[in-house]
Design a protein around this ligand. Sequence first.
Ligand code: DX5
Ligand code: ZN
Length: 220
Amino acid sequence: MIRIAPSILSADFARLGEAVRLAEKAGADLIHVDIMDGHFVPNLTLGPQLVAAIRRETRLPIDVHLMVEKPREFIPLFHEAGADWISIHVEATAHLHKDLSLIRSLGRKAGVALNPATPIETLTEVLHELDFVLIMSVDPGWGSQSFIPSCREKIRKLRDRIRAEKLRIPIEVDGGIKLDNVEDIIRDGCEIVVAGSAVYDAPDPAEAVRKLQAIARKMS
Ligand code: DX5
Ligand code: ZN
C-alpha cells in the first residue's frame, strides 16, 4: 500500500487548519509535520503546541519528523501532543536504540530518518526495532528543494535489504517529490510519499493530493 503524506511545511502557516482539512478531504493518508530546532538544521518551525492544534483538525495520523538535536527530550512532548508516527535522525542521537524504544513504549510508530549522505548501514543494528524508515532526498531544512538523484539507488538498496531480511518496514521518502518523479520513486521502493511544495504550492492543493493519490492507488 502506497501512502501519501502532504507536508504542511509548504502550507500557509496562518491557515494550517484549512491546509490539513483540505488534504484529508482530498484523500491524504498521513499529515507530515516537520519539526526543526535551529541546531540540527539551520531553520526553525513548529513545536508540540502546533501539533496539538493540528490534532484537533484531523483524524488522519500525524507523522512528526523530528529534525532536532537530542530528540529524546522531545519525544514525550510530541507523544502527548498527539503524534502517531515519530521519526528521529540517526545523525542526531548517540542512543538510537534507546530513543526508538522510548517511542515504541509510548505506543507510537518509530522511524529513523537518514540524511542524503548517511549510509543505510547505520540502520543495521536497529532494523528490527523500526516501524518505518525515512530517507531524506534533500538536505533537510527547507521545502521546495530538488530531489537528489543518487537517493534513488539508496532507496533500492534499502528495499532489497528489508526484503532480504523478510521484514515489512515501509520506506518513506521526503524531499523534492513531484508529480513528474513520484512514479520512479515508488518503483524504487518508496511506500510513503512526502510531498510539501508539490501539494501546497500547486494552484489547487486538493487536486494535487488527488493526483498523487491516484498514482499511489494505481501502483499499490
Ligand atoms: C525538508 C522537510 C520536508 C519538506 C519537503 O527538510 O523534511 O518534509 O517539507 O518539501 P518538498 O516536498 O517541497 O521538497
Ligand atoms: Zn520532513
